[in-house]
Design a protein around this ligand. Structure first.
Ligand SMILES: O=C(O)CCC(=O)C(=O)O
Ligand SMILES: [Fe+2]
Length: 294
């Protein structure tokens, strides 16, 4: 399929907002599971973040054509990203989206997708369909009600450029998949009715909203919202990064020790920002639980 011809959809509601319309943006996340806030980052910060993502994820340009890389503790390595914590319009917006006056950093990421990289399969980041003892880091960090997506697509989100797509209204607890599809047994994805239960790859179902954003825009999606990314079909690397917050004090008990990198980050972060790392647990992406305890 030629993704360069995908059009921006005309929905029957607004989902793009300015920084002075945060309550309306949050109302859209509540109603439809996603929103975009325009111009959250300055051009200067966009350039710095682009440089930082490249530097941390692929400093020598060793990643091949068609390859992608996801960094799961980006904040620990990117002082450029720390600037956001002192950017009050950004922080105010995150407090609205997390519905809390006081925030803790929950998890962070940056992704680099080279030209030729593949589409992502549809999924929800939410791990709340399972309960009981955690089996992987997502079970520890992604079972709460806070937004799963607080992303910057800092080279822009476009269908031809590995941009993000969401399914409107898929954040609702009673959502059962797009028309003609059924949820996979773990409910983390969906597949055409009657087919093998493999996570679906494709953009041809009802409710798909391809997002078109500028590099300084923030994309917000709710805890459960199902999403995917288009393949990167243009000759420019796709870069994205995000900081996920959770309400401070929400009980999250990590079974892994705070890594050296997380400890160094906390130590290096200026003192006035330390409330944001109260209860920060970092991540051990390799950690797995004991199945017998589930
Ligand atoms: O690469 C993207 O655009 C989306 C990534 C994503 O959904 C994820 O890492 O869970
Ligand atoms: Fe995701």
């Amino acid at each position: 399929m030629d993704y360069s011809t995908v059009q921006k959809p005309e929905l029957g509601y607004r989902y793009e907002f300015d920084l002075d319309e945060l309550d309306a943006a949050q109302a859209c996340v509540d109603a439809h599971g996603f929103a975009v806030v325009k111009k959250v980052l300055s051009d200067e910060l966009v350039t710095e973040l682009q440089e930082s993502v490249r530097q941390v994820l692929d400093p020598d340009g060793a990643l091949g054509s068609g390859e992608s890389y996801t960094h799961t503790s980006f904040i620990e390595h990117s002082p450029a990203m720390w600037k956001l914590f002192d950017h009050e319009p950004f922080m105010r917006a995150q407090r609205v989206f997390c519905q809390a006056d006081e925030l803790t950093i929950n998890r962070t990421a940056a992704i680099l997708r080279n030209p030729g990289s593949s589409p992502l399969s549809w999924h929800t980041d939410w791990h709340g369909f399972t309960q009981g003892a955690p089996q992987d880091p997502g079970d520890v960090l992604n079972r709460g009600p806070w937004p799963s997506g607080l992303w910057f697509y800092i080279t822009g989100s476009h269908p031809k450029h590995g941009g993000l797509a969401v399914i409107e209204d898929s954040h609702a607890p009673d959502w059962t998949g797009p028309e003609g599809f059924e949820l996979t047994p773990d409910r983390r994805s969906f597949h055409p009715e009657g087919s093998e239960p493999h996570s679906y790859v494709g953009f041809d179902m009802p409710g798909v909203v391809p997002l078109f954003t500028e590099p300084g825009d923030e994309i917000i999606f709710a805890a459960r919202t199902y999403h995917s990314a288009f393949p990167n079909r243009i000759d420019r690397v796709r870069l994205s990064c995000g900081i996920g917050f959770r309400p401070r004090g929400y009980p999250v008990h990590a079974p892994w020790p705070l890594s050296e990198s997380a400890q160094a980050f906390v130590k290096a972060l200026p003192q006035h920002l330390h409330p944001l790392v109260e209860d920060y647990v970092g991540i051990d992406p390799q950690w797995r639980g004991d199945k017998m305890m589930a």
